[in-house]
Design a protein around this ligand. Sequence first.
Ligand code: ASP
Ligand code: MG
Length: 426
Amino acid sequence: MARIVMKFGGTSMAGTERIRRVANIVRKQQAAGHEVAVVVSAMAGETDRLVNFCREANALYDPAEYDVVVASGEQVTSGLLALTLQSLGSKARSWLGWQLPVRTIEAHARARIETIDSEALIASMQAGEIAVIPGFQGIGADGRVTTLGRGGSDTSAVAVAAAVGADRCDIYTDVDGVYTTDPRIVAKARKLKAVTYEEMLELASVGAKVLQTRSVGLAMKEGVRVQVLSSFVGDDAVPADDLPGTMIVSEAEMNELVEKGDMERQLVTGIAHDKNEAKVILTRVPDKPGAVAHIFEPLAQASINVDMIIQNVGRDKGETDVTFTVPQTDLARAQALLEDRRGEIGFNRIITDSKVAKISVVGVGMKSHAGVAATMFKSLAERGINIQAISTSEIKVSVMIDEDETELAVRVLHTAYGLDANDEAA
Ligand code: ASP
Ligand code: MG
């Protein structure tokens, strides 16, 4: 017997028919002898619809009231799943964020979970009741409902799994796992049996949309074993306990899998792309101490995430150009902030371009191998793809290129690193 937290995304919860399928998957897990808690998303599209209502009601909406509105999507699906489970003969009940409670910081619309009281939850699970928990929502110190930021149900699930000491957190979605790259771009993309937390964190933060980045960070911190798998399967599907999806595990567990021969050691694990970044160039910035601090401090204060940064070598007259990227959604804000501080920073022009994409190759294998970046640059050069910026971490190399070349770059790199499905020997 194990304790399992199961999470179902919006497409899995979209309508009573699909909720019935979810209920059957949940009942199967319980019938396998496990204690189960289920975390659910709102129906697909519902949160967008609710966000739009808020915008229509008041363009400058109060985040606390926004939370009241958008948290309702998950309240609906948690109640519906409990009802459906009951109709099939299971003992089930919903636990809303304020009931458990899921305590968060007070930052409305972008709260973080601080603690989850798990005593009552564990007692109910032990008594054979299926606990159904709406994702995305919590309660702030002010006693009002909070939400975790878009895609936050994944984080709710991992937090619940940590709180109840679950053996596994199964994240059910509309794809059957994590792939070497987006299968819509590369037909030969392969499903990975396992990835490490670090790799998944990098993949999620550079465009692989399977999991909310923050949920991966939390899983890593709390050591929660996560499986990504599909809810769109027939009755004859491989049981979740036999791990049909992709496991997200520690590096130690990954090494064990490699030693047992369950996984091959790869130099590059996956290739991600992200079209949601925009490029900003400030020209003729004074080349002196403090200049870049003047640029990036206001952006940091406004919680604008800067990703790639390049400062060119200073030209004569003690000036330099500074190039960096921000999320496209923050571009207008970033531009306004920088214009406001033009005097202080002392630049000449702001040039922006949102027709860029970031392509990243990720793999723990590159920690101990040279040449990963060189292969990337050479493969792109051979296809005439120009690199506009580069950034690296210990297990990732990212380049910024023209957005129109995204698909080509992903395909070229997938082949270059031997990830294509029929290069099985790689
Ligand atoms: N329903 C929320 C959203 O769409 C949370 C989630 O589904 O993860 O962002
Ligand atoms: Mg999601």
